[in-house]
Design a protein around this ligand. Structure first.
Ligand code: GLU
Length: 592
């Protein structure tokens, strides 16, 4: 099978056919079409794409993890749709072409700037624990935590999906085009078929054993027992049918009726690992509007998703602690890395202790990012060496808190996209089914999430409860950090990433790269990663970050080297729009 160069044809503003996308398109075509510019995805390594330039446009822009999804969003924006319209189209398409990362069976967080009202809103479309779940969901008879994949694969880990409700909520609030028209391109492509991308093929090959456990999943990803290969045309008529039902019936068609019944049946009868999700859980699911969490940094307001995500709080804590320090020496400077690394360790210590679904446990949201509190934590960084001891602090709160530190493991998959429309509305959305391929259960053409494993498997330590323990109806703590950076009340940067709890480090570093190191959005998402989550200081394998190993070890950090597969997508908003797509994934930015 010859490798396919996965790029988009840009000759017209209409949908791209499967054949067009499967055919290699010379990058020069990018500047000749209706859309001014793009960075085409090719099946190349990070190194080969590391010197990408940002995409520039003046009217609208979309950046996402897959060119088909970007094209679907671009088509909507080109015909005057809003960022909310485009996000529906992008999400519907991602669920088809990047099914391992997000989709109808998952959850998402959206940060949205509405230009007409000048307001920033965050919507929580996170999955919920079934009402029949208990804090012991992921424990054996002795109360010991299950092995991670023993919990993930099957029905036990499946939370009530939130993404369909979030798509509809965003569209109802800020959309202008017809809902059904926004789903149509994904319906068409699901029926025509799309070429399997290198990333999807690679992930299927690596996960064969788990995917093979369930018949429906196996027959889609491992037809005839062999993994789908790069360039194969994959059709998904079940997904087309599901979207068609949603096109006429809205999200209600998903949360009630036969789709909901099928989801529940699949979860409750998962061989070997049945779950407790019920039709009641689906029928009562609701998107929640939350107050954005904003932290001041370098005369900007960095705003994002509060609990149940730890994203904005932890990114905000890191930046808030770094505020008094000069980071201008750049990414290769060991002192700069010491400061970022230790600020991250301190923030992660608080995250493990205090952050969870604030509808269930009191979370000191304001106290955790209060300037006085951050200044007191920042003062701890004022030495020459890595901190010897790192512990949670004592943020101010009007409620006695006694939580034990959590133990939850988050492995990376997920997707992030950003959109700016012609009216200046901005969407920054991180969307997930948690692990790659989620629970591995597939129904009606989409995969079901394993989001519940974002809860702490342990419920208590020495009799002290853990804030992020499982509880009925609760939303598992997330690290997703969809972000909009504001200056003088106007958005200047939209950014986010997948990457499990490393999302926090990826997003914080990119914001620092943009604001402190003077990098454009493409450079900011491409800069080699160094992330610390309160353990080893992880340096990105095969990049300049590896050279930090000796100096950081000398400063007292425990250092490791590994692949750090972020999927950052960013748009900066100034006199023109600049888009950046992470060279580590298959995404592009596209604008006009
Ligand atoms: N489930 C994770 C979270 O919500 C995201 C997983 C990922 O990014 O890979 O934080």
């Amino acid at each position: 099978m010859k490798p396919v160069i996965f790029a988009l044809a840009l000759g017209c503003a209409t949908s791209v056919s499967a054949q067009q996308a499967a055919d290699a398109v010379a990058p020069e075509a990018a500047t000749q079409g209706t859309f001014a510019a793009m960075s085409p995805e090719i099946a190349a390594s990070f190194a080969a794409k590391a010197d990408r330039r940002p995409v520039e446009a003046s009217n609208w822009m979309v950046a996402a993890a897959n060119p088909w999804a970007v094209q679907a969003g671009a088509d909507v924006l080109a015909r005057g749709g809003t960022a909310a319209d485009a996000l529906v189209a992008v999400q519907a398409m991602l669920g088809l072409v990047e099914p391992q990362s997000s989709g109808l069976g998952g959850g998402a967080f959206l940060v949205y700037y509405d230009a007409a009202s000048g307001s920033l809103t965050t919507l929580d479309g996170r999955e919920t624990a079934p009402l029949a779940a208990t804090p012991r969901l992921f424990q054996d008879e002795d109360g010991e935590p299950l092995g991670f994949f023993d919990a993930v694969v099957g029905g036990l880990s499946v939370g009530t999906p939130g993404t369909p409700a979030l798509m509809q909520e965003a569209h109802e609030r800020w959309g202008s085009l017809l809902w059904a028209d926004l789903l149509a391109p994904a319906i068409d492509l699901a029926e025509q078929g799309f070429p399997v991308s290198p990333r999807l093929a690679g992930l299927v090959a690596a996960d064969q054993e788990r995917l093979a456990r369930f018949e429906t999943t196996a027959s889609y990803f491992l037809p005839g027992g062999a993994p789908i290969a790069v360039g194969d045309t994959l059709i998904n008529p079940d997904y087309a049918d599901t979207l068609r039902e949603m096109a006429t019936g809205g999200a209600a068609a998903f949360y009630t009726g036969s789709i909901a019944a099928d989801i529940v049946q699949t979860v409750q009868n998962a061989p070997g690992n049945p779950g407790v999700l019920s039709t009641l859980d689906l029928s009562i699911y609701a998107v929640k509007e939350r107050a954005p969490v904003c932290v001041e940094y370098r005369a900007h307001d960095v705003c994002g998703m509060g609990p149940p995500s730890s994203g904005a709080l932890t990114v905000g804590q890191i930046l808030g602690m770094l505020q008094p320090y000069d980071l201008s020496a750049g990414p290769n400077d060991a002192t700069v890395r010491r400061l970022i690394g230790d600020a991250s360790r301190l923030a992660f210590a608080d995250r493990g202790r205090y952050m969870a679904d604030s509808d269930y446990v009191p979370v000191p949201v304001a106290g955790l990012v209060a300037p006085e509190y951050l200044a007191s934590r920042a003062a701890l960084l004022d030495g020459d060496m890595a901190l010897r001891d790192v512990a949670p602090g004592n943020p101010e709160f009007d409620h006695a808190l006694n939580w034990a530190d959590d133990a939850s493991l988050e492995l990376p998959s997920t997707s992030h996209f950003v959109i700016v429309d012609t009216q200046g509305n901005v969407a920054s959305m991180t969307t997930t089914i948690e692990n790659a391929f989620g629970s591995r259960l597939m129904v009606r053409g989409f995969l079901l999430n394993n989001e519940l494993t974002d809860f702490s498997f342990r419920s208590h330590v020495d009799g002290v409860p853990i804030a992020n323990r499982v509880e009925p109806g609760k939303r598992p703590r997330s690290s997703m950090a969809p972000t909009i950076v504001m200056q003088d009340g106007a958005p200047v940067l939209a950014i986010g990433s997948p990457g499990g709890s490393r999302i926090i480090g990826y997003v914080a570093q990119s914001i620092i790269a943009h604001l402190d190191w003077g990098m454009d959005v493409q450079q900011a998402v491409s800069v080699p990663h160094a992330v610390n989550r309160f353990g080893t200081y992880d340096l990105e394998e095969g990049t300049a970050a590896e050279r930090l190993s000796d100096p950081l070890t000398a400063l007292g950090f425990e250092v490791g080297t590994r692949a750090l597969t972020s999927g950052l997508h960013a748009i900066s908003i100034g006199p023109s729009l600049l888009g950046g797509a992470d060279p580590r994934r298959e995404g592009i930015a596209l604008g006009q």
